[in-house]
Design a protein around this ligand. Structure first.
Ligand code: IMP
Ligand code: MG
Length: 179
């Protein structure tokens, strides 16, 4: 651990584990989409670190774009509704689109984003998430690929925040709510 903070309970996924899972995902995406018009759409803010590593693990021409969806407000529980506060600007009808997300929790954010993007008729649409917490699901939604499936822990690091902090940790850690 590089800095000591009582809110960091323990590391559950190390930098090395993240790196090798992303390498595998990048290989799969490269093989599936090489030579096809590919657009990666990442959901800000949480997915910015994953997006930056995943896009560099893909050895194929691609474009990237960002959307901002808000559903957590400075706490460890979901507010229940999803706000698209920044949308992508391009016409996606000529692209195979991969949504790049940090975590699927209740599933509300992605089911909403998938609905919105599917309505714009992409050539295909898939969802790749770094983390999946299936125990927390409240809407029927499954990502096409989850690099790691985790229990119902609130996690921080590698883009994921608690009250906007800890996004810069290079690993995924369990957050200590009692500290
Ligand atoms: P949803 O509940 O599936 O809609 O997830 C909404 C968003 O909540 C995710 O994109 C994350 O930004 C955030 N989130 C869910 N679980 C966690 C967590 O364990 N740590 C930090 N953020 C989380
Ligand atoms: Mg997010």
């Amino acid at each position: 651990m590089s800095y000591v903070d009582s809110r960091i309970k323990r590391i559950i996924i190390t930098e090395d584990e993240i790196r090798s899972a992303i390498k595998e995902a990048g290989k799969r995406i490269t093989e599936k989409y090489y030579g096809k018009p590919l657009l990666l759409v990442s959901i800000l803010n949480g997915a910015f670190v994953f997006m930056s590593d995943l896009c560099r693990a893909i050895d194929a021409p691609l474009e990237i774009s960002f959307m901002c969806a808000k559903s957590y407000y400075n706490s460890t529980s979901s507010s229940g509704n999803v706000n698209i506060t920044m949308d992508i600007s391009q016409d996606i009808s000529g692209y195979h689109v991969i949504i790049v997300e940090d975590i699927v929790d209740t599933g509300r954010t992605l089911s909403e984003v998938v609905k919105i993007l599917n309505a714009r008729n992409p050539l295909s649409l898939e969802v790749v998430t770094l983390l999946d917490k299936p125990d927390r699901r409240v809407v029927d939604f499954d990502p096409d690929e989850a690099l790691f499936t985790i229990p119902d822990y609130f996690v921080i690091g590698y883009g994921l925040d608690c009250g906007e902090k800890y996004r810069n940790l290079p690993y995924i850690a369990e957050y200590n709510e009692e500290a």
